[in-house]
Design a protein around this ligand. Structure first.
Ligand code: WQD
Length: 337
């Protein structure tokens, strides 16, 4: 197939593009490089043995998008592009509504104008909020507690409404839990700009000596060791989940949602121990107050994707830590040359 991957130079986008190329698909990556590096695409080409096409553009730029569709003629879109920092979204909500929600409407309008009827959307377990208790099934009540989560929730609604109005439109909504790890080659991985918001990249930078210590956001949660429980899923499992969803889109129209998780939660302290074992480095940490907006526990019921996509996560937390150690050691400054 001819697949347009928005945000394809990013963390999950680059790992998915390797899998797409490996399966023989033609890929055009459209990315504005605001939170990614073109170097990742050079490495993707190295790993896949052939390159994806690339256009530097913002997915909300209707003229650029139209030109890309005219020249590449995609059969399907995988839509990763968007801003994803919870804290930033609270400070700059309009930026998030423009770059996540409005840009997705522009993308859907361009797809319709060019007869492209298949889209896989990068959603997030954050839409489950604190409306119900885990393990979350796809029909669990949803809600969001911050503008970033609101944008994901709104886009899911937009996609459902668009699919209801256009019987030719086929939509896969993928709710990621906590993607971690890196390609086993150590050539591509997570390269956050500035201070990492997320646990694993922060721990990785502590182990590499780039940060002095980790702050653990609360140990007074109603969990076995008091720290937050999350469903950490290897990024290559997430990438392969996208290919499984893409294959499913060809089977028929409508809007379907699947969790991409492992179903097995780990606590912050368990993650620290796993990373110490993988790296051989002690991770100094101190317990501080809870982070506003955090929930105690978030993990997936993964049976629907197993049943309908014939997909399950295979890689362990230990493997994800080992792959991150390899990526971090080979690329102490990420993709910066
Ligand atoms: C994991 C656990 C923290 C950092 C968010 C978004 C989600 C997705 C992934 C984009 C929690 C604890 C963390 C630290 C800590 N984002 N923690 N010290 O919050 O589950 O999910 O990122 O796609 O949509 O909601 O991930 O990695 O930030 O936190 O103690 O320095 O680690 O409290 O329990 P989160 P996270």
């Amino acid at each position: 197939m001819r697949v347009l991957v928005t945000g394809g130079a990013g963390y999950i986008g680059s790992h998915t593009t390797v899998e797409l190329l490996g399966q023989g698909h033609q890929v055009l990556v459209l990315d504005d490089l605001s939170n990614s590096s073109e170097e990742s695409l050079r490495r993707v080409a190295e790993l896949a043995g052939r390159p994806a096409d690339f256009v530097q553009a913002n997915v909300g730029d209707a003229a650029e998008l139209d030109a890309a569709f005219t020249s590449f003629r995609p059969d399907a879109v995988i839509h990763f592009a968007g801003r994803k920092a919870v804290g930033e979204s609270t400070r700059l909500p309009l930026l998030y509504y423009r770059e996540n929600v409005a840009a997705t409407v522009t993308l859907l309008e361009t797809m319709a104008a060019h007869g492209c009827h298949q889209i896989v959307f990068s959603s997030s377990a954050t839409v489950y909020g604190s409306a119900s208790e885990p393990p979350f099934t796809e029909d669990a009540p949803t809600g969001a507690t911050n503008p970033y989560g609101h944008t994901k929730h709104m886009i899911e609604q937009i996609l459902a409404d668009a699919a209801a109005a256009d019987p030719s439109l086929s939509v896969a909504v993928l709710r990621y839990f906590n993607p971690i790890g890196a390609h086993e080659s150590g050539r591509i991985g997570e390269d956050p700009k500035g201070i990492p918001n997320n646990l694993l990249p922060f721990v990785a930078q502590v182990a590499a000596g780039r940060r002095t210590g980790l702050q653990v956001f609360g140990n007074d949660y109603p969990t076995p060791d008091g720290t937050g429980l999350r469903d950490y899923i290897h990024v290559v499992d997430v990438a392969q989940g996208h290919l499984a969803a893409l294959a499913r889109l060809a089977d028929g129209a409508g809007c379907q949602t699947w969790n991409l998780g492992t179903g097995r939660p780990f606590s912050v302290l368990e993650v620290i121990s796993a990373y110490e074992a993988a790296s051989g480095v002690r991770i100094p940490y101190q317990i501080v107050d809870r982070r506003p907006g955090d929930v105690a526990a978030s993990y997936a019921d993964v049976s629907k994707a197993g049943r309908e996509l014939d997909w399950t996560a295979h890689r362990s937390l230990e493997q994800a830590c080992a792959d991150t150690v390899r990526w971090q050691a080979a690329n102490p400054d990420g993709y910066a040359q």
